[in-house]
Each structure stands twice: as structure tokens, then as C-alpha cells.
Write a protein that binds this ligand. Structure first.
Ligand SMILES: NC(=O)c1ccc[n+]([C@@H]2O[C@H](COP(=O)([O-])OP(=O)(O)OC[C@H]3O[C@@H](n4cnc5c(N)ncnc54)[C@H](O)[C@@H]3O)[C@@H](O)[C@H]2O)c1
Length: 278
């Protein structure tokens, strides 16, 4: 069902790789809600992913960019304003990658070149995006910029590795830039802290199957899936949330405020003896 929440709005969606991507679902939903959009991803992701299919579905141009490269980002904003016919109303940053995770380097034995890349791709790219947009004055007043985060920014979660530090930095950038962008241009900047979700990036998290089961049991409303995240994201792009900024907004079925649930306790009880040595 469409509410026309984004009718007449222009958006840029970064990070749709395949139909499991959170950005994919958000692009579909934004289009369904009346927005016109462009899509951006790296050359490799465009070659190996399925973004062409999404572009067709949403009548969107794909603009190649490495989000760590400010010239590429400038091109994305300039080209988007050209093809969409004016300044941008919303931007989605749905980008994350850790070579330490990919190469199975644990947190107490990280490769520091990889660590730098994790921070650059997964967090500093958000600052770059905001700075490029700010300098170009590419975002309309009351526009909305959203990045995707994860609760590992606040709590230690087994196996999340250096992505936890990237998410902490990402959320801090939303606050620091959100202050300036709000003060100077009335643009809001927020992060959505999403439940674990089975996507290409999500599948890289160590023990993701057990993690999904745990968070499902711990969340009174259950895990939020990518489609539900899209529903939430479009409200943040819409005019209905104009005074929400500099926030990290949990979209996790209640997980972030739980300590122990009946459902998790019952599994824990059953396995207590066999798990004592871990
Ligand atoms: N899946 C989960 O469990 C989960 C939970 C909370 C938050 N998130 C976050 O959601 C966001 C989207 O991830 P996803 O789960 O949809 O996985 P995904 O793998 O579908 O998306 C990650 C995207 O990042 C892009 N990317 C990587 N390096 C890039 C670069 N240098 N420049 C531009 N783009 C680049 C990839 O091409 C890909 O499209 C990430 O920030 C992720 O950390 C995911």
C-alpha cells in the first residue's frame, strides 16, 4: 500500500547490491511512495550484483561511485540533480565492508590497513557524502540523510569485529554533522540501528544464524526484516519527521532495551550443562 509519502521528492540511494540488500528494499519502497531516485554503487558491485534489475523497476539511473572517493561522490550529487531535475530531498547511506571480517582476522589480531579501510568505507564515507553535499548545497531545506547502523556501536557482540568501531564512528558523524547541517540548512541526519538481517554483508557476521535466532527470541516484536526497515526509512525521508535529527533510531523489535526474555531463557536453560565450559 502506498501513502504517497515521498511524492515529488528526489533521492539518492547508495548501497543496493542485490534483492536482499536493505538499500534495495528502501529504493523500491521510496519509488512506491512516489519518489524519483538515482542509485549508486561501486563498479564491481554494479558488475557482479543485480542493480540493473532494480534500476529498471524504479526507473532510475545508476551512477558508479566508490563512496570513499570525494570526486566520485561529487559526480553522484551533480549528476543526480541533473537527471532528477533539482536539489535532492533524501539520501540513503547503506554501505559497509570489513576486510578483517572477510579475511577472518579477529579483533585482537586485525590488519591495520584493513582497519583503515573498514573505517573509511563504512563510516568516513558518510562524512564525505555529507561534506560533498553541503559544499554543493545539493540538499533541499528539510531534506533527510539516513545511514544504517547496528547495535554493536553500543554493545559488544561476538564476532562483529572492527565493524563495531565503524558503526560507533558512523553514529557520531550523524550527530556532529547533523548539528551543522541542521543549524545551517535545516537538513536532518540520522542513523537507523537495524536488527541483524540476512544480506550479503549480514551473512559475513560470524555465527549469523545463531545471532538471528538469539535476537528473534530476545525481541518482543521479533527481528525487523529489510522490508520493515524500508517502511521505517521512508517515514524518515518524509515530511512527517521534520524535527527528528542527530538520532540513532533503533529498529530492532525492542532488542536494544531487553536484558533477558522468557524465550531466550528457555533455550539457555536446556543447554546450560553442555555450555558451561565455553
Ligand atoms: N545485514 C545486517 O544484519 C545489518 C544490520 C544492521 C545494519 N546493517 C548495515 O546496513 C548497510 C547495508 O548492508 P546490507 O546488510 O544491506 O548488505 P549489502 O551487502 O547488500 O550492502 C552493502 C553495500 O555496501 C556497498 N559498498 C561496499 N564498499 C563500498 C564502497 N567503497 N563504495 C560504495 N559502496 C560500497 C556494497 O557494494 C553493497 O552494496 C550496511 O551499512 C550494514 O552494516 C546491516
Amino acid at each position: 500500500m502506498s501513502y504517497n509519502l515521498l511524492k515529488g521528492k528526489r533521492g539518492i540511494v547508495f548501497g543496493a547490491l542485490d534483492d536482499k540488500s536493505i538499500a534495495w528494499k528502501i529504493a523500491e519502497k521510496a519509488y512506491e511512495e512516489g519518489a524519483i531516485i538515482t542509485l549508486s554503487n561501486t563498479a564491481t558491485a554494479i558488475r557482479f550484483g543485480q542493480i540493473d534489475e532494480l534500476a529498471k523497476k524504479c526507473n532510475a539511473e545508476i551512477i558508479t561511485a566508490d563512496a570513499t572517493n570525494t570526486d566520485d561522490l561529487q559526480h553522484v550529487f551533480e549528476r543526480s540533480m541533473e537527471v532528477l531535475g533539482g536539489k535532492i530531498d533524501f539520501v540513503l547511506h547503506s554501505i559497509g565492508m570489513s576486510l578483517n571480517v572477510r579475511k577472518k582476522r579477529v579483533y585482537n589480531d586485525v590488519n591495520y590497513n584493513y582497519f583503515d579501510k573498514t573505517l573509511d568505507i563504512s563510516a568516513i564515507s558518510f562524512h564525505k557524502m555529507l561534506q560533498v553535499a553541503f559544499k554543493l548545497d545539493a540538499i533541499n531545506e528539510w531534506g533527510s540523510v539516513v545511514a544504517l547502523s547496528y547495535i554493536a556501536a553500543q554493545r559488544s557482540l561476538y564476532g562483529y569485529n572492527d565493524m563495531a568501531d565503524a558503526k560507533a564512528l558512523l553514529e557520531s558523524i550523524a550527530r556532529s554533522f547533523g548539528y551543522i547541517y541542521g543549524r545551517e540548512k535545516n537538513v536532518r541526519v540520522n542513523t537507523i540501528s537495524q536488527s541483524p538481517t540476512l544480506t550479503t554483508a549480514g551473512s559475513g557476521v560470524k555465527g549469523v544464524g545463531s545471532l538471528l535466532d538469539f535476537t528473534e527470541r530476545m525481541s518482543p516484536l521479533g527481528n525487523a526484516d529489510a522490508k520493515e526497515c524500508a517502511d521505517y526509512a521512508v517515514t524518515l525521508f518524509s515530511d512527517l519527521t521534520r524535527k527528528v535529527t542527530m538520532q540513532n533510531l533503533f529498529h530492532d523489535g525492542g532488542f536494544s532495551n531487553m536484558g533477558m526474555s522468557y524465550s531466550a531463557m528457555s533455550v539457555y536453560d536446556k543447554n546450560l550443562d553442555s555450555s558451561l565450559d565455553l
